[in-house]
Design a binder for this molecule. Structure first.
Ligand code: HEM
Length: 433
């Protein structure tokens, strides 16, 4: 893995604005789930179910992941994004408004919302992918992290293009093949974007914040290759209706997901500091959910289309991924990243910066994570008893509200320390050399 270059970090407000808005999409998802629970649990295909899925995916996940990429790219692989503040100023409102309108469209506001969402998400994602893609292509870094980040950004482009095409069916009545586009969109969005990005960021933050050994280079290279091969096989199988290729795609995908989860859990067991803090626990839960989703996805292939068992297992897989694995990794990562970038920027203006703990206290995160875990336990029982999503959704909303509040407290603490550091009259000892 190449050395980290913190001096290349973008201005703090570029990633921070995404970290501040993201949790509130999670709040909306939890509340919509509790409010429209009968329609959401009736089938994964109801507009309400898709609306809630996108408050989590095109809202919460996309925002955090775009912010994390902006932060990680220059530091981890020396990929300097051109004018990060300008990019954030364009992409952030596009994703925020586009994500909200997409789900509002699914939840019944009307086709105009889908039309506006298609344009805003299209422009926002395309702008982001072009600028960050160029920076990643220019990077001379060595090691698997660069490869994974390049694949993840490419995966986002494909997933978003398919998503916009799907939205044009509902918003503009475009005559496009819905089932094939949907099968491709779900695979590229879940594996090609979300999983690969968690993998790429995990290669950096798991050893850094959990003091584990680094991911073995050969494994770190093989896992994204497996996921890419899975997507290629699934795409060929879906476009040309070759069932064997789809089977191969599922097999390779399950191996890639399970391989990353097992490798991470093993590295965690080898960590130098034996304390179990919120970050470690959240990542363990995330890897456990990834394994559960991999097993469920593998089992799905054996169940007949349209059966009740299949529908329940599909709901379980969706919950394991979009209420479990990805949000858990974010619950484990976000408080640490916000604390870290706050400290990073403050230590440039004062010799006595607050610690990461002072900016984002672990104690505050504990209750937030416990609320999240309680929500997840309830939601996991949904396939057995659907009304349980009401308390599950409300607790999920509460855990996201706590996360949003913590991030905003961290941002305010940063601003306060910065004001104090920069307003105090400079003395010769104050100037950092
Ligand atoms: C650019 C942003 C996106 C747009 C415009 C978009 C649009 C859509 C549309 C129109 C559907 C079809 C719904 C239906 O057939 O009823 C869909 C389904 C889906 N999308 Fe997206 N999407 C986007 C991003 C994402 C992301 C980032 C993820 C995951 C990481 C995701 C995951 C899914 C899933 C899982 C489904 C199937 C829903 C279900 O089975 O309930 N989407 N998307």
């Amino acid at each position: 893995m190449s050395a980290l270059s913190f001096e290349q970090a973008p201005p703090i407000s570029a990633p921070l604005r995404f970290f501040l808005t993201a949790p509130w999409f999670g709040v909306a998802a939890g509340l919509a789930l509790a409010w429209r629970w009968e329609a959401v649990t009736a089938s994964r295909w109801t507009p309400e179910a898709v609306g809630v899925v996108h408050l989590m995916t095109a809202g919460f996940l996309l925002q955090v992941m775009v912010g994390a990429l902006l932060q990680v790219m220059p530091v981890a692989v020396g990929a300097n994004v051109a004018k990060p503040l300008w990019l954030a100023a364009v992409v952030h409102p596009c994703l925020t408004l586009g994500g909200a309108l997409l789900s509002a469209g699914f939840l019944g506001v009307g086709p105009w919302a889908m039309q506006a969402a298609a344009v805003l998400l299209g422009v926002g994602v395309l702008g982001f992918v072009v600028v960050t893609g160029l920076a990643l292509l220019r990077s001379a870094a060595i090691g698997p992290t660069l490869l994974v980040l390049r694949l993840a950004v490419g995966g986002l482009l494909v997933a978003a293009a398919l998503g916009v095409a799907l939205t044009s069916i509902f918003g503009f009545g475009a005559a496009l093949p819905l089932v094939e586009l949907l099968d491709l969109h779900v695979a590229w969005a879940s594996l090609g974007w979300a999983l690969l990005l968690v993998m790429g960021v995990g290669y950096l933050v798991v050893p850094m914040f959990q003091l584990t050994p680094a991911y073995p280079v050969r494994v770190a290279r093989a896992l994204p290759a497996l996921v890419t091969a899975a997507l290629a096989a699934w795409t060929v199988g879906t476009v040309w209706s070759v069932d064997a290729a789809r089977w191969l795609g599922v097999g390779l995908g399950v191996a890639g997901v399970a391989g990353f989860a097992v490798t991470t859990l093993r590295l965690q067991s080898l960590r130098r500091r034996k304390v179990t803090d919120s970050t470690l626990l959240a990542w363990r839960v995330s890897m456990g959910c990834l394994l559960a989703a991999a097993v469920a996805q593998g089992a799905l292939r054996w169940l007949p289309e349209g059966g009740a068992a299949r529908s329940r297992l599909e709901t379980f897989t969706g919950l394991a991924l979009f209420a479990g694995a990805f949000p858990a990794a974010i619950n484990g990562m976000l408080p640490r990243i916000v604390g870290f970038i706050g400290w990073l920027h403050l230590q440039r203006v004062t010799l006595t910066p607050p610690t990461m703990q002072q900016l984002m206290p672990e104690a505050r995160g504990k209750w937030q994570l416990r609320t999240f875990l309680a929500a997840l336990a309830l939601l996991a029982a949904t396939p057995l008893w659907a009304p349980i999503v009401v308390p599950g959704g409300l607790l999920f909303a509460l855990s996201c509200a706590l996360l949003g509040w913590h991030v905003s407290l961290g941002a305010r603490a940063y601003a306060r320390h910065r004001r104090e550091a920069t307003s105090a009259p400079l003395t010769p000892t104050d100037v950092p050399h």
